[in-house]
Design a protein around this ligand. Sequence first.
Ligand code: UGA
Length: 456
Amino acid sequence: MNITIIGTGYVGLVAGACLAFVGHRVVCVDADSDKIGVLATGKPPIFEEGLESLLRKGLAGGRLHFTTELDGAIEEAELLIIAVGTPSRADGEADLTDLWSVVGRIAASACAGKLVVVKSTVPAGTCDRIEKTLRSSAASRRVVDVVHNPEFLRQGSAVQDFLRPDRIVVGCRTEEGRSKMKELYARIQAPIYACDRRSAELIKYASNAFLAMKISFANMIADLSDRLDARADEVAAGLGLDRRINPHFLQSGIGYGGSCFPKDMKALQALGRATGCELPLVDAAERINAARPRVLIDALKAALPSLHGAAITLLGLAFKPMTDDIREAPSLAVCRLLAAEGALIRAYDPLVRRYPIREADLYEDMYAAMEGSDAIVLLTEWDEFRQLDWMKARRAMRGGLIVDGRNMLSWDDMTTVSGQYGLTYWSVGRPALVQGTVGRLAPGAFDRTRAVSPVS
Ligand code: UGA
């Protein structure tokens, strides 16, 4: 099929590269000429595993093209995919400015026989309004259908998620639209779930909200585990063995971030307000998440004599591993709180090279970032932190406190490590390990006398 994708953000670009890979002829359009220039050389502007090789293959095979010429690209295609961003407005609602500007350009083009597919995350009812706009213009009146086809790509595994999805959701009105969508995805093995457009639009928000809610639920139970001297990871593992619950997205820690969950939760709350429908579970999930950075700061405060002047090393700044994206990353909130307390912040992330908080000194070497540090705080589950050389870390540090904001290190390993190197290890919803033994927890904090380990 001849496809034009409008918007080369994360979703548009991954979709473009993957659809070209499965044999379609794809033109990707973006208003940003610098970005298009770089993409045309096969270089992705974002870090995403497998993307560069697909871009290069698509370009070399002549199936993938990049342009800033929107009108020409609309004309050529039989299937138009809108993948522009829908960021949060100040009031939390999705900002559809870019989307409506693209719809305006499509409405001015001859669209007979073309299918318009909206991949952007949009509030329920948006595709109905898009169709009305297109049908009211003489040029675009004979558009085949307007389809909502949400994406469920995770950053870091977006290419795999696109090529091997759990399901493909297609919200459309006509049989012709549905059959063209089947043709689009013919070479991707996944069930196509066809439904009405408004439901498809809501499925996207509901999916993200449900996952965010699972994380906040796990964090709520982690706080309770902390009070009860239980272990949050063991509780989550036992919980996840029930197939009705499943083990995914029950990892407790510093909470969720990124460009999707926070934005979509706000948009859902705005939809609730606009329709007069209360969404208490969404509100609670948001509230629990917003309070997570404070849990880490409280732990640090309880374990260190003072945060003022304390040297704190942050390991991981990105909102999740395998990406350099720091949008709404929990590290930002932790950094701001530490800076407000007067701590000296040293930070290392394998990919993040620019960080908006000037109090944070960035290092390119993990052990250099630990030099003279009182505490290490793990904020992103990068694999290299699991392979950390604790002897080297201990030598570099001034103090001996390890705060695991992601519960990423194995309890058994850390029991050995903390005993061997005289470290105190604290993680979320698990008792502290003080020099190899389980420390006693006071409600919401450490037993200060046991949590501070002497530096040998
Ligand atoms: C999320 C969804 O998972 C995708 O399905 C969706 O398509 C995407 O948003 C989107 O709307 O575009 P993403 O934001 O890339 O994908 O990342 P996730 O893997 O979902 O992680 C989000 C955040 O939750 C991260 O900060 C992660 O560290 C955190 N998380 C995840 C936890 O704290 N605990 C968990 O158990 C899982």
